[in-house]
Design a protein around this ligand. Structure first.
Ligand SMILES: [Ca+2]
Length: 467
Protein backbone atom coordinates (compact mmCIF):
# COMPACT_ATOMS: atom_id res chain seq x y z
CA UNK A 1 0.00 0.00 0.00
CA UNK A 2 1.51 3.31 -0.95
CA UNK A 3 1.25 6.28 1.36
CA UNK A 4 0.48 9.70 -0.05
CA UNK A 5 3.61 11.83 0.16
CA UNK A 6 3.51 14.88 2.40
CA UNK A 7 5.55 18.02 2.36
CA UNK A 8 8.15 18.60 5.05
CA UNK A 9 6.18 21.60 6.27
CA UNK A 10 3.12 19.44 6.73
CA UNK A 11 5.24 16.74 8.33
CA UNK A 12 6.70 19.21 10.81
CA UNK A 13 3.22 20.50 11.68
CA UNK A 14 2.04 16.93 12.33
CA UNK A 15 5.14 16.16 14.37
CA UNK A 16 4.59 19.25 16.49
CA UNK A 17 1.01 18.17 17.22
CA UNK A 18 2.18 14.66 18.12
CA UNK A 19 4.87 16.03 20.35
CA UNK A 20 2.44 18.32 22.16
CA UNK A 21 0.13 15.37 22.81
CA UNK A 22 3.02 13.30 24.15
CA UNK A 23 4.16 16.14 26.37
CA UNK A 24 0.64 16.45 27.84
CA UNK A 25 0.31 12.73 28.48
CA UNK A 26 3.75 12.63 30.07
CA UNK A 27 2.67 15.34 32.55
CA UNK A 28 5.83 17.37 32.57
CA UNK A 29 8.31 14.54 32.19
CA UNK A 30 11.49 14.83 30.06
CA UNK A 31 10.83 15.32 26.35
CA UNK A 32 10.88 12.09 24.34
CA UNK A 33 14.35 10.89 23.27
CA UNK A 34 13.48 11.62 19.65
CA UNK A 35 13.85 15.31 20.47
CA UNK A 36 17.60 14.87 20.73
CA UNK A 37 18.14 12.49 17.87
CA UNK A 38 20.52 13.73 15.18
CA UNK A 39 19.66 14.58 11.61
CA UNK A 40 21.45 12.74 8.84
CA UNK A 41 22.76 14.30 5.64
CA UNK A 42 24.22 11.79 3.18
CA UNK A 43 26.19 13.19 0.25
CA UNK A 44 26.69 10.40 -2.25
CA UNK A 45 28.85 10.96 -5.31
CA UNK A 46 28.92 8.85 -8.47
CA UNK A 47 32.14 7.15 -9.65
CA UNK A 48 34.48 9.23 -7.48
CA UNK A 49 37.90 7.59 -7.21
CA UNK A 50 39.61 7.26 -3.84
CA UNK A 51 42.62 9.23 -5.08
CA UNK A 52 40.54 11.98 -6.71
CA UNK A 53 39.91 14.15 -3.65
CA UNK A 54 42.36 16.73 -2.34
CA UNK A 55 42.87 15.15 1.07
CA UNK A 56 44.12 12.00 -0.68
CA UNK A 57 45.89 13.68 -3.61
CA UNK A 58 47.32 17.21 -3.60
CA UNK A 59 46.88 17.47 -7.39
CA UNK A 60 43.10 17.65 -6.94
CA UNK A 61 41.56 20.91 -5.75
CA UNK A 62 38.71 20.22 -3.32
CA UNK A 63 39.07 22.80 -0.51
CA UNK A 64 35.54 22.34 0.84
CA UNK A 65 35.67 18.57 1.05
CA UNK A 66 39.18 18.73 2.52
CA UNK A 67 38.07 21.08 5.28
CA UNK A 68 34.97 19.08 6.07
CA UNK A 69 36.85 15.78 6.05
CA UNK A 70 39.61 17.12 8.27
CA UNK A 71 37.07 18.38 10.79
CA UNK A 72 35.62 14.89 10.94
CA UNK A 73 36.83 11.31 10.82
CA UNK A 74 38.21 10.12 7.47
CA UNK A 75 37.62 6.42 6.84
CA UNK A 76 40.76 5.66 4.93
CA UNK A 77 39.95 2.04 4.18
CA UNK A 78 36.31 2.19 3.16
CA UNK A 79 35.07 -0.51 0.78
CA UNK A 80 31.88 -0.47 -1.19
CA UNK A 81 29.63 -3.56 -1.02
CA UNK A 82 29.74 -3.64 -4.81
CA UNK A 83 31.39 -1.38 -7.39
CA UNK A 84 28.43 -0.79 -9.68
CA UNK A 85 25.88 2.01 -9.46
CA UNK A 86 22.40 0.53 -8.96
CA UNK A 87 23.51 -2.49 -6.93
CA UNK A 88 25.68 -0.30 -4.70
CA UNK A 89 22.84 2.12 -4.01
CA UNK A 90 20.47 -0.76 -3.25
CA UNK A 91 23.06 -2.15 -0.81
CA UNK A 92 23.47 1.21 0.93
CA UNK A 93 19.71 1.43 1.42
CA UNK A 94 19.08 -2.20 2.44
CA UNK A 95 22.30 -2.81 4.38
CA UNK A 96 22.91 -6.18 2.68
CA UNK A 97 25.04 -7.46 -0.21
CA UNK A 98 23.68 -7.49 -3.78
CA UNK A 99 23.21 -11.25 -3.96
CA UNK A 100 20.99 -10.89 -0.89
CA UNK A 101 18.74 -8.05 -2.09
CA UNK A 102 18.80 -9.38 -5.63
CA UNK A 103 19.97 -6.40 -7.71
CA UNK A 104 23.42 -7.48 -8.75
CA UNK A 105 24.03 -5.11 -11.67
CA UNK A 106 22.14 -2.17 -13.10
CA UNK A 107 18.63 -3.65 -12.84
CA UNK A 108 16.66 -2.53 -9.74
CA UNK A 109 14.08 -5.35 -10.01
CA UNK A 110 15.55 -7.60 -7.29
CA UNK A 111 15.77 -4.66 -4.89
CA UNK A 112 12.14 -3.76 -5.56
CA UNK A 113 11.07 -7.32 -4.85
CA UNK A 114 13.07 -7.91 -1.66
CA UNK A 115 12.95 -4.41 -0.17
CA UNK A 116 9.56 -3.10 -1.20
CA UNK A 117 7.23 -5.99 -2.05
CA UNK A 118 8.43 -8.57 0.49
CA UNK A 119 9.95 -6.10 2.98
CA UNK A 120 12.51 -8.83 3.63
CA UNK A 121 15.16 -6.14 3.66
CA UNK A 122 13.39 -2.95 4.76
CA UNK A 123 15.16 0.14 3.49
CA UNK A 124 16.95 2.58 5.74
CA UNK A 125 14.29 5.18 5.02
CA UNK A 126 11.49 2.73 5.89
CA UNK A 127 13.17 1.99 9.21
CA UNK A 128 13.94 5.61 10.05
CA UNK A 129 10.43 6.71 9.01
CA UNK A 130 8.87 4.12 11.31
CA UNK A 131 10.94 5.61 14.14
CA UNK A 132 9.69 9.14 13.48
CA UNK A 133 12.29 10.47 11.06
CA UNK A 134 11.34 12.54 8.06
CA UNK A 135 13.14 11.17 5.00
CA UNK A 136 13.90 13.04 1.80
CA UNK A 137 15.81 12.29 -1.39
CA UNK A 138 17.15 14.33 -4.26
CA UNK A 139 19.38 13.57 -7.23
CA UNK A 140 20.26 10.41 -9.11
CA UNK A 141 18.20 7.43 -7.99
CA UNK A 142 19.03 4.55 -10.35
CA UNK A 143 16.35 2.58 -8.44
CA UNK A 144 13.19 4.26 -9.71
CA UNK A 145 11.18 7.07 -8.07
CA UNK A 146 12.53 7.46 -4.49
CA UNK A 147 9.05 7.63 -2.96
CA UNK A 148 8.46 4.11 -4.30
CA UNK A 149 11.16 2.77 -2.01
CA UNK A 150 10.34 4.58 1.18
CA UNK A 151 11.35 8.26 1.06
CA UNK A 152 8.56 10.48 2.36
CA UNK A 153 9.42 13.16 -0.14
CA UNK A 154 11.94 13.93 -2.79
CA UNK A 155 12.69 14.22 -6.43
CA UNK A 156 14.71 12.26 -8.89
CA UNK A 157 16.88 14.68 -10.85
CA UNK A 158 18.50 13.87 -14.14
CA UNK A 159 20.59 16.94 -14.82
CA UNK A 160 24.27 16.19 -15.20
CA UNK A 161 25.46 19.32 -13.45
CA UNK A 162 23.83 18.48 -10.10
CA UNK A 163 22.56 22.07 -9.90
CA UNK A 164 18.92 20.94 -9.57
CA UNK A 165 19.33 18.42 -6.71
CA UNK A 166 21.67 20.79 -4.84
CA UNK A 167 19.10 23.61 -5.13
CA UNK A 168 16.43 21.19 -3.90
CA UNK A 169 18.60 20.13 -0.95
CA UNK A 170 19.37 23.74 -0.14
CA UNK A 171 15.66 24.59 -0.04
CA UNK A 172 15.03 21.57 2.19
CA UNK A 173 17.72 22.63 4.66
CA UNK A 174 16.39 26.19 4.74
CA UNK A 175 12.93 25.11 5.96
CA UNK A 176 12.01 25.79 9.57
CA UNK A 177 13.34 23.04 11.79
CA UNK A 178 11.68 21.21 14.63
CA UNK A 179 13.69 19.12 17.06
CA UNK A 180 10.83 16.64 17.23
CA UNK A 181 11.23 15.82 13.56
CA UNK A 182 14.79 14.78 12.81
CA UNK A 183 15.48 14.16 9.16
CA UNK A 184 17.43 12.02 6.76
CA UNK A 185 18.34 13.97 3.63
CA UNK A 186 19.91 11.81 0.92
CA UNK A 187 21.68 13.90 -1.75
CA UNK A 188 22.77 11.69 -4.64
CA UNK A 189 25.02 13.64 -6.98
CA UNK A 190 25.70 12.54 -10.53
CA UNK A 191 29.23 13.90 -10.77
CA UNK A 192 31.92 12.90 -11.66
CA UNK A 193 30.26 10.17 -13.72
CA UNK A 194 31.02 10.43 -17.44
CA UNK A 195 30.31 12.27 -19.68
CA UNK A 196 32.43 14.97 -18.11
CA UNK A 197 31.08 18.48 -18.60
CA UNK A 198 32.79 20.66 -16.00
CA UNK A 199 32.78 23.90 -18.04
CA UNK A 200 35.75 26.08 -18.97
CA UNK A 201 36.10 27.87 -15.62
CA UNK A 202 36.77 24.57 -13.86
CA UNK A 203 38.95 23.14 -16.62
CA UNK A 204 41.09 26.26 -16.30
CA UNK A 205 42.13 25.11 -12.81
CA UNK A 206 44.04 22.23 -14.39
CA UNK A 207 45.04 23.56 -17.81
CA UNK A 208 48.76 23.79 -17.07
CA UNK A 209 48.91 21.13 -14.38
CA UNK A 210 51.37 18.27 -14.85
CA UNK A 211 49.05 15.71 -13.35
CA UNK A 212 50.79 12.66 -11.89
CA UNK A 213 49.80 9.25 -13.21
CA UNK A 214 49.61 6.23 -10.92
CA UNK A 215 52.40 3.63 -11.17
CA UNK A 216 49.95 0.91 -12.19
CA UNK A 217 48.96 2.79 -15.35
CA UNK A 218 48.91 0.65 -18.49
CA UNK A 219 47.79 1.48 -22.01
CA UNK A 220 45.97 -1.85 -22.36
CA UNK A 221 44.54 -4.15 -19.66
CA UNK A 222 46.27 -7.52 -19.12
CA UNK A 223 44.34 -10.62 -20.22
CA UNK A 224 43.71 -12.21 -16.78
CA UNK A 225 40.09 -12.54 -15.66
CA UNK A 226 40.62 -10.23 -12.65
CA UNK A 227 40.58 -7.32 -15.14
CA UNK A 228 37.34 -8.41 -16.77
CA UNK A 229 34.64 -5.76 -16.56
CA UNK A 230 31.97 -7.70 -18.37
CA UNK A 231 30.47 -11.15 -18.46
CA UNK A 232 32.66 -14.22 -17.94
CA UNK A 233 35.15 -14.59 -20.74
CA UNK A 234 34.17 -11.26 -22.20
CA UNK A 235 36.82 -8.61 -21.75
CA UNK A 236 35.08 -5.45 -22.37
CA UNK A 237 36.39 -2.10 -21.46
CA UNK A 238 33.91 0.62 -20.82
CA UNK A 239 34.54 4.27 -20.55
CA UNK A 240 32.43 5.63 -23.27
CA UNK A 241 28.71 6.07 -23.75
CA UNK A 242 26.51 6.96 -26.67
CA UNK A 243 26.02 10.50 -25.42
CA UNK A 244 29.68 11.27 -24.79
CA UNK A 245 30.61 14.43 -26.67
CA UNK A 246 32.63 13.53 -29.74
CA UNK A 247 36.36 13.74 -29.27
CA UNK A 248 36.26 13.85 -25.47
CA UNK A 249 36.78 10.16 -24.76
CA UNK A 250 37.94 7.04 -26.52
CA UNK A 251 35.82 3.95 -26.74
CA UNK A 252 38.56 1.71 -25.34
CA UNK A 253 42.24 0.92 -25.04
CA UNK A 254 44.97 1.42 -25.87
CA UNK A 255 45.19 4.84 -24.29
CA UNK A 256 48.37 6.84 -23.99
CA UNK A 257 49.55 8.81 -20.97
CA UNK A 258 48.76 12.05 -22.77
CA UNK A 259 45.20 10.90 -23.48
CA UNK A 260 44.81 9.91 -19.86
CA UNK A 261 46.03 13.36 -18.76
CA UNK A 262 43.33 14.97 -20.92
CA UNK A 263 40.79 12.74 -19.22
CA UNK A 264 42.19 13.51 -15.76
CA UNK A 265 41.94 17.26 -16.34
CA UNK A 266 38.24 16.92 -17.17
CA UNK A 267 37.64 14.45 -14.33
CA UNK A 268 39.40 16.52 -11.67
CA UNK A 269 37.72 19.69 -12.96
CA UNK A 270 34.35 17.96 -12.49
CA UNK A 271 35.37 16.94 -8.97
CA UNK A 272 36.34 20.56 -8.21
CA UNK A 273 32.97 21.71 -9.45
CA UNK A 274 31.26 19.13 -7.26
CA UNK A 275 33.37 20.36 -4.35
CA UNK A 276 32.20 23.94 -4.76
CA UNK A 277 28.56 22.79 -4.88
CA UNK A 278 29.01 20.80 -1.68
CA UNK A 279 30.62 23.91 -0.15
CA UNK A 280 27.55 25.99 -1.03
CA UNK A 281 25.24 23.35 0.45
CA UNK A 282 27.28 23.40 3.65
CA UNK A 283 26.96 27.18 3.82
CA UNK A 284 23.18 26.71 3.78
CA UNK A 285 23.42 24.05 6.47
CA UNK A 286 25.68 26.21 8.62
CA UNK A 287 23.28 29.13 8.34
CA UNK A 288 20.43 26.93 9.59
CA UNK A 289 19.71 26.06 13.21
CA UNK A 290 20.41 22.36 12.86
CA UNK A 291 24.05 22.34 11.73
CA UNK A 292 25.37 21.14 15.07
CA UNK A 293 22.88 18.30 15.30
CA UNK A 294 23.42 16.99 11.76
CA UNK A 295 25.67 14.04 11.05
CA UNK A 296 27.13 14.37 7.55
CA UNK A 297 28.26 11.24 5.72
CA UNK A 298 30.21 11.66 2.49
CA UNK A 299 31.04 8.75 0.19
CA UNK A 300 30.92 7.51 -3.39
CA UNK A 301 28.78 4.69 -4.80
CA UNK A 302 31.97 3.14 -6.25
CA UNK A 303 35.51 4.07 -7.18
CA UNK A 304 36.99 4.49 -10.66
CA UNK A 305 39.91 3.22 -12.71
CA UNK A 306 41.83 6.23 -13.97
CA UNK A 307 43.95 4.26 -16.41
CA UNK A 308 44.98 1.90 -13.60
CA UNK A 309 45.72 -1.57 -15.02
CA UNK A 310 44.78 -0.20 -18.43
CA UNK A 311 41.17 0.33 -17.38
CA UNK A 312 38.51 2.98 -17.05
CA UNK A 313 35.17 2.39 -15.28
CA UNK A 314 34.88 0.25 -12.12
CA UNK A 315 33.37 -3.28 -11.73
CA UNK A 316 36.71 -4.98 -10.82
CA UNK A 317 37.83 -5.94 -7.30
CA UNK A 318 40.91 -3.69 -7.46
CA UNK A 319 41.43 -0.88 -4.98
CA UNK A 320 40.62 1.75 -7.61
CA UNK A 321 37.16 0.24 -8.03
CA UNK A 322 36.11 -0.94 -4.55
CA UNK A 323 37.85 1.54 -2.23
CA UNK A 324 36.05 4.86 -1.95
CA UNK A 325 36.62 8.24 -0.33
CA UNK A 326 34.43 8.38 2.79
CA UNK A 327 34.20 10.49 5.93
CA UNK A 328 31.82 11.56 8.67
CA UNK A 329 31.43 15.08 10.06
CA UNK A 330 29.50 15.84 13.25
CA UNK A 331 29.87 17.93 16.33
CA UNK A 332 29.26 14.84 18.44
CA UNK A 333 32.49 13.14 17.29
CA UNK A 334 34.99 12.58 20.04
CA UNK A 335 37.88 11.85 17.71
CA UNK A 336 37.45 14.61 15.11
CA UNK A 337 40.34 15.63 12.87
CA UNK A 338 41.58 12.07 12.47
CA UNK A 339 42.03 9.35 9.90
CA UNK A 340 40.91 5.84 10.68
CA UNK A 341 42.63 2.88 9.06
CA UNK A 342 40.03 0.43 10.33
CA UNK A 343 38.29 -1.59 7.64
CA UNK A 344 34.93 0.02 6.90
CA UNK A 345 32.11 -1.06 4.57
CA UNK A 346 29.45 0.99 2.81
CA UNK A 347 27.04 -1.39 4.53
CA UNK A 348 28.00 0.23 7.84
CA UNK A 349 26.02 3.39 7.06
CA UNK A 350 22.63 1.82 7.88
CA UNK A 351 23.52 0.31 11.29
CA UNK A 352 25.47 3.47 12.21
CA UNK A 353 22.38 5.62 11.70
CA UNK A 354 20.22 3.21 13.70
CA UNK A 355 22.78 3.34 16.49
CA UNK A 356 22.91 7.16 16.52
CA UNK A 357 19.12 7.40 16.39
CA UNK A 358 18.72 5.00 19.31
CA UNK A 359 16.88 2.45 17.18
CA UNK A 360 17.35 -1.24 18.04
CA UNK A 361 19.80 -2.99 15.66
CA UNK A 362 18.35 -5.15 12.89
CA UNK A 363 20.09 -8.55 13.10
CA UNK A 364 19.99 -9.21 9.36
CA UNK A 365 22.10 -6.16 8.49
CA UNK A 366 25.51 -7.13 7.11
CA UNK A 367 27.36 -4.01 8.32
CA UNK A 368 28.46 -2.71 11.71
CA UNK A 369 27.95 0.56 13.53
CA UNK A 370 30.88 2.92 12.99
CA UNK A 371 30.33 4.72 16.29
CA UNK A 372 33.29 2.98 18.01
CA UNK A 373 35.47 4.81 15.45
CA UNK A 374 33.82 8.11 16.43
CA UNK A 375 35.48 7.65 19.83
CA UNK A 376 38.63 5.77 18.86
CA UNK A 377 39.65 5.78 15.18
CA UNK A 378 42.07 2.91 15.84
CA UNK A 379 39.29 0.60 17.07
CA UNK A 380 39.19 -2.70 15.16
CA UNK A 381 35.74 -3.35 13.77
CA UNK A 382 36.27 -6.50 11.70
CA UNK A 383 38.87 -8.92 10.35
CA UNK A 384 37.94 -8.31 6.72
CA UNK A 385 35.77 -6.23 4.44
CA UNK A 386 34.14 -7.86 1.42
CA UNK A 387 32.89 -6.74 -1.96
CA UNK A 388 31.31 -8.47 -4.94
CA UNK A 389 30.43 -7.62 -8.52
CA UNK A 390 28.95 -9.96 -11.05
CA UNK A 391 29.39 -7.46 -13.85
CA UNK A 392 27.04 -5.61 -16.10
CA UNK A 393 24.06 -7.77 -16.93
CA UNK A 394 25.47 -10.62 -14.85
CA UNK A 395 23.69 -13.14 -12.68
CA UNK A 396 24.22 -14.20 -9.04
CA UNK A 397 27.13 -16.57 -8.62
CA UNK A 398 29.15 -15.18 -11.51
CA UNK A 399 31.52 -12.20 -11.53
CA UNK A 400 34.18 -11.35 -8.95
CA UNK A 401 34.34 -11.21 -5.18
CA UNK A 402 37.07 -10.12 -2.76
CA UNK A 403 37.97 -10.08 0.92
CA UNK A 404 40.28 -7.31 2.14
CA UNK A 405 42.16 -7.61 5.41
CA UNK A 406 44.52 -5.04 6.92
CA UNK A 407 47.49 -6.06 4.75
CA UNK A 408 46.14 -8.44 2.11
CA UNK A 409 43.45 -8.88 -0.50
CA UNK A 410 42.13 -12.14 -1.90
CA UNK A 411 40.05 -12.16 -5.11
CA UNK A 412 38.13 -15.07 -6.60
CA UNK A 413 36.96 -14.41 -10.16
CA UNK A 414 34.20 -15.78 -12.36
CA UNK A 415 36.62 -18.24 -13.94
CA UNK A 416 38.10 -19.26 -10.55
CA UNK A 417 41.28 -17.27 -10.94
CA UNK A 418 42.70 -16.72 -7.45
CA UNK A 419 44.50 -13.46 -6.77
CA UNK A 420 46.42 -12.50 -3.64
CA UNK A 421 47.82 -9.00 -3.19
CA UNK A 422 50.26 -7.99 -0.47
CA UNK A 423 48.74 -4.56 0.13
CA UNK A 424 51.43 -3.44 2.55
CA UNK A 425 54.21 -3.95 -0.01
CA UNK A 426 52.21 -3.66 -3.22
CA UNK A 427 49.49 -1.00 -2.71
CA UNK A 428 49.00 -0.63 -6.47
CA UNK A 429 48.28 -4.36 -6.82
CA UNK A 430 50.82 -5.08 -9.52
CA UNK A 431 51.93 -8.60 -8.49
CA UNK A 432 49.66 -11.57 -7.92
CA UNK A 433 51.40 -13.29 -4.98
CA UNK A 434 49.10 -16.32 -4.89
CA UNK A 435 51.78 -18.77 -6.05
CA UNK A 436 54.45 -17.65 -3.58
CA UNK A 437 55.14 -20.49 -1.14
CA UNK A 438 55.78 -18.06 1.71
CA UNK A 439 52.17 -16.89 1.47
CA UNK A 440 50.57 -20.34 1.82
CA UNK A 441 49.18 -19.71 5.30
CA UNK A 442 47.93 -16.23 4.41
CA UNK A 443 46.25 -17.67 1.33
CA UNK A 444 44.50 -20.37 3.32
CA UNK A 445 43.28 -17.87 5.92
CA UNK A 446 41.85 -15.67 3.19
CA UNK A 447 40.21 -18.58 1.43
CA UNK A 448 38.52 -19.33 4.74
CA UNK A 449 37.36 -15.71 5.10
CA UNK A 450 36.06 -15.84 1.54
CA UNK A 451 34.15 -19.03 2.20
CA UNK A 452 32.69 -17.53 5.38
CA UNK A 453 31.58 -14.42 3.52
CA UNK A 454 30.12 -16.42 0.60
CA UNK A 455 27.86 -18.27 3.03
CA UNK A 456 26.78 -15.02 4.68
CA UNK A 457 26.09 -13.22 1.40
CA UNK A 458 24.46 -16.20 -0.32
CA UNK A 459 27.09 -16.27 -3.09
CA UNK A 460 26.27 -19.26 -5.25
CA UNK A 461 29.68 -19.37 -6.95
CA UNK A 462 31.83 -22.42 -6.13
CA UNK A 463 33.86 -21.79 -2.94
CA UNK A 464 37.65 -21.36 -3.06
CA UNK A 465 39.70 -24.56 -3.34
CA UNK A 466 40.78 -26.34 -0.17
CA UNK A 467 38.15 -25.06 2.25
CA1 LIG B 1 28.55 4.82 -9.93
Amino acid sequence: MSKAPISRKEFLARAALGSAAMALSARGQEPPPSARRPNFLVILTDDLAYRAVGYNNSAVKTPNLDRLAREGVIFDRAYIATPICAASRASLLTGVFPQQHGSVGLDPEGFHRSAIEDRRYPTLEHTLSAAGYHTAFCGKSHLGPPRDYGFAEGEEHKDRTDDEPLAWASRFLSLPFSEEAPFLLWVAMRQPHIPLEPGPEWLKLYENAELPIDPNFLETPPPESQYNQGLPGEHFYREWSEDTPAGQLRSGPPRTREELRTFLRAYYATVSRLDSQVGALLDTLKASSHYENTVIFFLSDNGYHLGNHGLGNKITMHEESVRVPMFVHWHGLQSANTRSESLVSSLDLYPTMLDLAGIAPLPHLAGLSLTPLFRDPAARLREFAASECVGVGGKPGMGHRMVRTKDWKYILTDTNEEVLFDEARDPYEMTNAVEEAANADVLQTHRRYMSEWMRQAGDTHAPPPGV
